[in-house]
Design a protein around this ligand. Sequence first.
Ligand code: SF4
Length: 212
Amino acid sequence: MMVSEIFLSIQGESTYAGLPCIFVRLAGCNLECKWCDTAYARDASEGYEMTVDDVVGEVKKFKPWLVEITGGEPLLQADAKKLAHRLLDEDYTVLLETNGSADVGGLDERVVKIIDVKCPSSGHEGVFLMENLDYITQQDEVKFVIGDRGDYDYAKKFMEDFLREITARVLFAPVRPRIEPSELADWILKDGLKVRLQLQLHSYIWEEEKGR
Ligand code: SF4
């Protein structure tokens, strides 16, 4: 598999935010989001070739029990599902973050999926694979990255139309500096939405430093 980086940090997103977490960032992505904060991981040819055993070995050098497989888009690589399974069998809690356009079917059911739904301002509205809704469980999280009011309205409608019965773990994350967290917070409070305002904790600690 092609790996961009493996590192230990503080989980900055999701309901796991604040916990020490090992990140396995796979290289390669099928999208070019306008607000991408990991452009260096979009090209698979710039990754390092590693076997699943190599990756598990690197992960085991760190202490924390929490691992996130991310990208790029990790599910473009056939071995990503195998890697998740191996890490679960090593007793790690495994999060997998995906951009929502790739098939999550076949992932070990113990994996906590964090699935993006791309909003219009990303340039990729409509790439979400609707079949993925069949695999989302109450432990999984759905994330909307919101760059303007149009994105907010899109996310709100998507949530009301498709997520109500599936998961209560819905994340709304502002694209900074395009939109201030306080502005997004005001919209959420005014509408009384049952969503979690997500700020990227790691960017408050280390700003945009790579490998953090
Ligand atoms: S899906 Fe993620 S890695 Fe790919 S372009 Fe979008 S933000 Fe960047």
